[in-house]
Design a protein around this ligand. Sequence first.
Ligand code: HEM
Ligand SMILES: *[C@@H]1O[C@H](CO)[C@@H](O)[C@H](O)[C@H]1NC(C)=O
Ligand SMILES: *[C@@H]1O[C@H](CO)[C@@H](O)[C@H](O)[C@H]1NC(C)=O
Length: 423
Amino acid sequence: MARFNLLALLPWITFALAFPRPLMNTLSKRRAVLQPGARLSRRAAAPPTAQFPYGGAKIDGLPGSQQGGFQVPAPGDTAHAFQSPPAGAERGPCPGLNTMANHGFISRDGITTFDELVAAQQNAFNIAYDLAVLLATLGVALDGDIITEKVSIGGDATAKTAALGALQGLLGPEGGLDTHNTFEADTSLTRNDFFLANGDDYSFNGTLFAMMTETVASTSSTDDPLYDRTGIALYRFQRYQQSRAENEHFYFGPKATHIYGAASFLYQAFPSQANNLKPDKATMMSFFGAVEPAAGEFAFGFQPERFPDNWFNRETPYTILEIATEILAQYLAHPVLFGGNVGPDDFDALGAFGIISNGQLGGNGSTISANDVACLLFQVFATEAVPDSVSGLLTLPIELLNWITGKLLPLSQGLGCPLATNS
Ligand code: HEM
Ligand SMILES: *[C@@H]1O[C@H](CO)[C@@H](O)[C@H](O)[C@H]1NC(C)=O
Ligand SMILES: *[C@@H]1O[C@H](CO)[C@@H](O)[C@H](O)[C@H]1NC(C)=O
């Protein structure tokens, strides 16, 4: 069935790749008229305005001012005020995206687009343009649709993300960000491993948030624990050991580098400029939606994620090179083996992939730089075949690789990274 669709739509793929976006947008709008149901149900993000410009990024996939240090949401900006998710909305494993959806920086229904993602990350969190594009590209390519450039930030919503509003996506079902081992991975900070929770790898787990809090408290010298690099790197290490011991399908492949990157957002993107960029507990609770445990309980409760009151974003943009620096620093604080379990208590190290060899980042004893790690981030996703389990490969169709390359090539060149697709 997937094959049939693919063949039937090949002209569309060629067309989409051959023509610039404005034309595609026009066509999308025309199809919207023909196929009202799915497409019109999406509630688009509220764009920045002259009165509330934020980082100046319009919803057009282009860079904004790359400046931050301003209040989010801006006082008086009702379009970006907090609202609980509307009925039927998608929410998923990413607290950053859930927060942005609850504030209308991306579509409040959780069906978002490449352009919304690129703008929202810049405007709300002052994520640098290069990192914003990298993350948006991976999200849309791996879990969404490259023709509509839509993705669900939660579960499968193929009927809403796919071109033609089809039940079947162009290249198969479009599982959304909840999909396991495309972008979502094991040993998350506050989400269960897929295998250990009957596939619920996306819900907030208040026990894990409590464990994280306990760990960062143990490395903090202040009464109010700091979720900083030291504490988070230690908790990442503990989660790795927990998954390796408990999850017989545990997999920690090249893409697990992204897990460290996501963890760095706690102390690089969530802290408020108005609070001296302190990654404190109140800030984390707000972005994760954590609610203090009831008396005598260990686990935190949950409410929808939101910006803390009086929150100001970071002044300098958070770049790919900076996130690569954090990934490396967290890893080197507690090095672990890349690879996975092939059965209970039976771990296989990953042979070689890019700068990973003998199961280790940088191999055995060799030194690597943040720039090497940055290049790995590109390689992990823009390569034809990436290990996605101990014995399996995720092979990406050529249409997808071409789309990814189109988005990432300028960025990878800027960092001096080769971007070989058809290896
Ligand atoms: C297009 C942009 C983005 C996409 C597609 C995306 C996607 C994801 C996905 C799939 C995960 C789950 C990874 C896992 O299995 O643990 C995740 C985790 C996470 N993301 Fe995002 N993300 C994006 C941007 C952001 C931003 C801008 C922030 C912060 C401001 C953020 C903060 C986080 C955090 C803290 C986690 C870890 C949650 C946990 O481990 O419990 N993300 N993201
Ligand atoms: C939350 O995580 C803990 C620790 O991994 C686990 O024991 C528990 O079953 C999880 N809770 C839910 C509701 O999934
Ligand atoms: C790694 O290096 C150490 C000494 O530096 C050596 O003893 C060990 O055999 C090496 N391991 C691998 C897998 O190459």
